[in-house]
Design a protein around this ligand. Structure first.
Ligand SMILES: N[C@@H](CCC(=O)N[C@@H](CS)C(=O)NCC(=O)O)C(=O)O
Length: 239
């Protein structure tokens, strides 16, 4: 058996992109150290030497630096064959990987940050705009995502365990539900998602997985996010 790799994850628990790496590491059962990067102050030179973009996450794996959350997650999943994603080298495996990639690409290219815009417009002054964004968001999820979850059992592609499809999207799904429960997104959003049977069943499972919840400290994240949204709203109103 190969020696345990030495892994350091440079992260911040508020960051959904870094959250992808946490889910992947946890699903793979890998030991790691984490270094929390303060995102509210300029990155120190030592961190810019690790990741010149200054972003989290960054991974140090046996001395090799890997950055960009999707690349980090894919690297870990490829280096440690598991339930997350099939290996390369067979047509069956390649097909499953293609389906996963298509699902993740669809979420980010079609749905993406639309829910974030809804959060910014989530006030009485911008209610009309918000309601239109909610309607468009739900229509997109229904058209683009709902059919791709038809065979989820409960996870993408008929899988019983969390896969790479979930590792890459779950941080965002979790935030949508958590923000709605805490009034940062309108209830209509979840009501609409819950009316999509495939999505509802899938999301309900995704957001309760230990690998997804273990770095999410809702009590800490919600007040901080509320303040951040208020600032963004004020900046948008001042334009
Ligand atoms: N495309 C990057 C995005 C990472 C990202 O935007 N991270 C944010 C935190 S959520 C960050 O490090 N921001 C620091 C900054 O912009 O100064 C990835 O997927 O890793």
């Amino acid at each position: 058996m190969a020696a345990e790799p030495k892994i350091t994850l440079y992260t911040n628990h508020a960051c959904p992109w870094a959250h992808r790496a946490h889910i992947t590491i946890k699903e793979l059962g890998l030991k790691y150290e984490e270094v929390i990067i303060d995102l509210n102050s300029p990155r120190p030179q030592w961190y810019l030497d690790i990741n010149p973009r200054g972003l989290v996450p960054s991974l140090n794996y046996n001395g090799q630096i890997i950055t960009e959350s999707a690349v980090v997650a894919q690297f870990l999943a490829d280096a440690h064959p598991s339930h997350l994603v099939p290996n390369t080298g067979t047509v069956d495996g390649a097909l499953k990987r293609a389906r996963i990639n298509f699902f993740v690409d669809t979420w980010f290219s079609k749905v993406g940050g639309a829910w974030f815009q809804i959060a910014i417009k989530n006030s009485e002054d911008t209610k009309e705009e918000r309601d239109k964004l909610v309607k468009d968001f739900l229509a997109t999820v229904e058209k683009e995502i709902e059919p791709l979850l038809a065979d989820a059992k409960p996870f993408f592609g008929g899988e019983e365990k969390v896969g790479l499809a979930e590792a890459l999207t779950a941080p965002f799904i979790l935030r949508i539900y958590s923000y709605t429960r805490n009034g940062l997104l309108p209830q209509e959003l979840i009501d609409g998602l819950d009316a999509l049977p495939n999505f509802k069943k899938w999301a309900a499972e995704v957001i309760k997985q230990e690998s997804v919840t273990y770095v999410w400290d809702e009590a800490k994240m919600i007040p901080a996010t509320k303040t951040r949204f208020e600032k963004l709203r004020a900046a948008a109103a001042a334009k």
